[in-house]
Design a protein around this ligand. Structure first.
Ligand SMILES: CC(C)(COP(=O)(O)OP(=O)(O)OC[C@H]1O[C@@H](n2cnc3c(N)ncnc32)[C@H](O)[C@@H]1OP(=O)(O)O)[C@@H](O)C(=O)NCCC(=O)NCCS
Length: 162
């Protein structure tokens, strides 16, 4: 069992959350492709870069032998962390797994010195807006064409220690 412990049984086995390893990148990419439209989903090189080169904190949700969700972060400015993406496969949503992942991501970023956490969400992603609002994120400015032409995003931020 990981230090974060088992949560409950899923469809295929025990649900656990553990730090992402380089061997997880392919599956993380597959999940991101499922969760987001092609214009928003990240290329696999991007995921490898964050995991292997930058060694940014990332965590995966496992159901038995299968990854069913993950969070990827970055710390590109000294005191500012970023939730790069947070993806839970549809059958596993509304079980609190996204909430557990973002909590772990925030703690990992804070341990690395982040005093502020930022993220972006597509303006039509109402589910994400509800989720981040519940977790204390404050909506900021509109980022025009952030995901491509006419694909705007909202900037969100949170000061975890406040
Ligand atoms: C957004 C996402 C990560 C939420 O993950 P999750 O595991 O379902 O989230 P949780 O179960 O921890 O939900 C926590 C709270 O968020 C809010 N929330 C989550 N999904 C919601 C939905 N579909 N509609 C309204 N509120 C929602 C609720 O307040 C929920 O609490 P509740 O279940 O007690 O009402 C997940 O839906 C997902 O992966 N979506 C596709 C990818 C995406 O959009 N990622 C976020 C943008 S980077």
């Amino acid at each position: 069992m990981s230090q974060d412990g088992a949560a409950k049984r899923g469809e295929g086995g025990e649900i656990i959350i553990r730090p992402a390893a380089s061997g997880d990148a392919q599956r993380m990419w597959e999940i991101d492709q499922i969760c987001f439209d092609p214009g928003i989903a990240y290329p696999i090189d991007f995921i490898y870069y964050h995991l292997l080169v930058l060694r940014d904190p990332a965590f995966c949700v496992w159901d038995g032998e299968t990854i069913v969700g993950f969070v990827l972060t970055s710390l590109e400015k000294p005191a500012e962390g970023c939730i790069v993406t947070l993806d839970i496969l549809d059958p596993y949503r509304r079980r609190g797994l996204g909430g557990r992942l973002i909590g772990m991501a925030e703690r990992a970023l804070a341990d690395r010195g982040a005093r502020k956490i930022v993220l972006q969400a597509a303006v039509e992603n109402e589910r994400a807006m509800a989720f981040y609002g519940k977790h204390g994120y404050v909506r900021g400015r509109l980022l025009k064409n952030y995901y491509g032409k006419k694909k705007d995003a909202w900037q969100y931020h949170k000061l975890p220690n406040k």
